[in-house]
Design a protein around this ligand. Structure first.
Ligand code: SF4
Length: 251
């Protein structure tokens, strides 16, 4: 078995996907079509335009000083930020990582302990699962952009507070403006609620195309949640397949 096949099996196993192997050669990189025979039923259907919820992002996003920043100024502003109480206990700010010209942006909630220590989002077990989700979707971590709503770790990994999100959000808004992605994947309810300005349950948001400004957005589960609830990996896989189809169908 070649190394790639072995890695692919490991990634799919991490996603909770049982790979039914045929005695055929695999493509060099598993696109969505390469995973059709993995024991999954057909994925969800993209809902029609007129069925989309009319959810709009926050008005007034981006403070003037932040909205005009380039990458360097933005990163510097975050690293020295003291706008909310979270700066008091952070080890490092966690700005974001990946391709700054990416077609895909993945948005999580906030740094955890390992992210706080390393200064990079989605490291540790949740990061490994996110890497698996990306790989299964036909993406490499290096080709997407990954960031969190909050750039500093909430103590004891508690939920982000509304005032913290409000203070930190302009940084994320500017990151998305600079990347100009073709798809945003909101990982978990906090990211979805922040980006979409809604309190709807995650179950009512996933499985369909939403929009952040004019950028298609798909909501799915946070990898940390999936580690605790592996039965929902199947739904996350369906969400990512939907996102993939939307990107491929875009003009
Ligand atoms: S969480 Fe955001 S707003 Fe709060 S101190 Fe950190 S960078 Fe600043």
């Amino acid at each position: 078995m070649v190394l790639h096949d072995y890695l692919r099996r490991q990634y799919l196993a991490a996603m909770g996907i049982r790979a039914w192997e045929r005695r055929t050669r695999h493509a060099a990189h598993p696109g969505p079509g390469a995973l059709e025979n993995c024991g999954f039923p057909p994925g969800g259907t993209v809902r029609a335009e007129d069925q989309r919820p009319s959810i709009q992002p926050a008005a007034g996003c981006g403070q003037p000083a932040v909205s005009g920043m380039d990458w360097g100024a933005l990163e510097q502003a975050v690293s020295s930020c003291t706008k909310c109480r979270l700066h008091l206990e952070r080890t490092r700010t966690v700005f974001g990582t990946g391709n700054r010209h990416a077609r895909w942006v993945f948005i999580g909630e906030a740094p955890g302990s390992e992210e706080d220590r390393q200064g990079e989002p989605f490291v540790g077990r949740a990061g490994q699962l996110l890497n698996a989700m990306l790989f299964a979707t036909g993406l490499a971590r290096e080709e997407v952009y990954i960031a969190n709503v909050l750039k500093c770790r909430p103590p004891n990994n508690r939920d982000p507070q509304p005032d913290e999100v409000q203070q930190c959000e302009p940084y994320l808004v500017r990151q998305i403006e600079l990347v100009q992605p073709r798809m945003i994947v909101a990982l978990g309810r906090h990211a979805a609620h922040s980006l979409l300005r809604t309190e709807l349950a995650l179950g009512k948001l996933r499985g369909q195309q939403l929009n952040y400004h004019d950028i298609p957005l798909v909501v799915t589960y946070h990898p940390a949640y999936l580690l605790r609830n592996p039965a929902d990996k199947r739904k996350a896989w369906e969400d990512l397949r939907l996102a993939r189809r939307l990107v491929e169908a875009a003009p």
